[in-house]
Design a binder for this molecule. Sequence first.
Ligand code: NAP
Length: 312
Amino acid sequence: MTATLAIGPYNEAERPPLKDSFDAQLIAGPADIAGIDAGLRDAFRAVAYKGHHPFGAAEMDLLPNIGLIANYGVGYDAIDVAAASARGIRVTNTPDVLNDDVADLAIAMWLQQGREMRQAETWLRDGKWESVGSVPLNRKLSGGTAGIMGLGRIGRDIADRLAAFKMDIHYHARSEKQTPGWTYHADPVDLAQAVDFLFVALVGGPETENYVSKEVIAALGPRGVVINISRGSCIDEGALLDALESGAIAGAGLDVFVGEPKVDPRFLKLDNVALQPHQGSGTVETRAAMAKLQRDNIAAHLAGTALLTPVN
Ligand code: NAP
């Protein structure tokens, strides 16, 4: 009898390894757990979790013998870790293997927002280069000031890339890091005041909800640009939209949104934003590495050996 329940929107490439390794039963989301026969539910010892639907105490109580929730992704804010710990359930995630891709996309959105390649390509495709002339000038990026909100694994990889663009690096996190030449700001508003480009790489969840507040956004000023690859919840999205529409800040590059995959239609009317459908880690290579790390954690749990990347 299968011991692993795979929950989430696994794609064609991800399903066979879960089946081959664990004979996993697959369901689309946590809402489908209750539909599984109680006898089968009792047999599950591990969950392979993917997606952003909340997975809390009620779902865990439907699976009384699981000892592990192995999350596909580094951000585990969808999982109630306190509820898991209270039930003796371990949680794992997939850190580090996705840092490069997420940092690359942050830089790509920054370049797109400043250098307006999408608009420039439309200019070319519409024949305006020939009929009107040169595309309107855009904005120099290299050599400016950048702030990283959350200098963790991904934040540090973004900062390393920005250093190669000769940027003056500032950052905020809960604690100061050993980063010679980079400037620490204990206060998020101070960080925003010091820079033109603010990259958000915080963890999600209740503790960081609206962390990029109305005050932080105002402190960025009219040349300010927000790039967010963390979670939509980390930014006061209403305040961001107001600032983008009024010109209180210059623009944004966003891979994550409140209530995604629904995106506030106000964003779609703006030309000063680069919008991406939460695809930071979305390369073939990195998704395969994430899936493997998830499976390795499940295998370790079922074998009774040490988990590779535990959260609790
Ligand atoms: P990480 O290494 O844990 O770094 C998180 C950063 O957030 C750290 O600098 C940490 O501060 C800071 N932080 C945590 N709690 C905070 C609080 N209460 N107040 C202020 N700062 C706080 O995480 P990571 O691996 O870099 O991943 C960051 C996030 O990126 C993930 O949680 C996920 O939501 C998101 N992500 C998005 C995508 C995508 O496709 N767009 C892909 C992967 C991950 P300290 O350094 O002081 O601890």
